[in-house]
Design a protein around this ligand. Sequence first.
Ligand code: PRP
Ligand code: URA
Length: 226
Amino acid sequence: MDNSVAAAGEPAAQSGFLHLVDHPLIQHKLTKLRDISTSTMKFRQLMREIGFLMAYEATRDQKLEMRRIQTPICEMDAPVLTGKKMCFVSVLRAGEGLLYGLLELVPSARVAHVGLKRNPETLQADEYYFNAPQDMAERCCIVVDPMLATGGSAADAVTAIKQRGARSIKMLAVLAAPEGIEAFHKEHPDVDIFVAAIDEKLNEHGYIVPGLGDAGDRLFGTKVEH
Ligand code: PRP
Ligand code: URA
């Protein structure tokens, strides 16, 4: 692996708020996702699969309670999910690629959408859409966006749902730049981040290096990468 990509257990991933989800299946799929020769159809499939696998890790702290059930053999006390219900928050557009993977794992979750578009000159994100359930304060929210570059979009999405009352929030991204993690954490120190890899840096256009290119364009086939 390129030395510029953080591997499992490196110091950057050990602090409490940052979780590096380094399962081999995710790392393998991420390599295919990065590859410029991966088709739009395959890119979409891989993103959904990574969303599914990362959701497994991001929901690890969900509460359980014991319930009396009857198996075909005898009665027993068995664990079932309890506590707060979930809400997945998709940052448009690229969050949609991960969202349906998470929904495969937790089909009953509610979904919020925050539409954000980064200005290529200023790298600031403009919000063009917001729609969320009324009861965000009662839910465990997982914000999904594959790319945490400057961290501005992710931070704005979290601010938007906090304004709607959300309190229990996690951020799930596939790739992050160190600068983005730092900026996001400064703005939302109460929000844990789950990432599959931490890359080297941002380039002069605000793209993650080595990265995977423009996630939205690759997901929806709206631009050919060069
Ligand atoms: C991309 C990506 C993130 C954002 C990350 O979205 O999907 O939302 O950039 O960059 P940041 O961390 O510097 O804010 P983009 O604004 O290109 O919109 P799109 O998903 O509609 O393509
Ligand atoms: N948005 C993307 O889609 N990719 C990057 O590398 C940075 C921002």
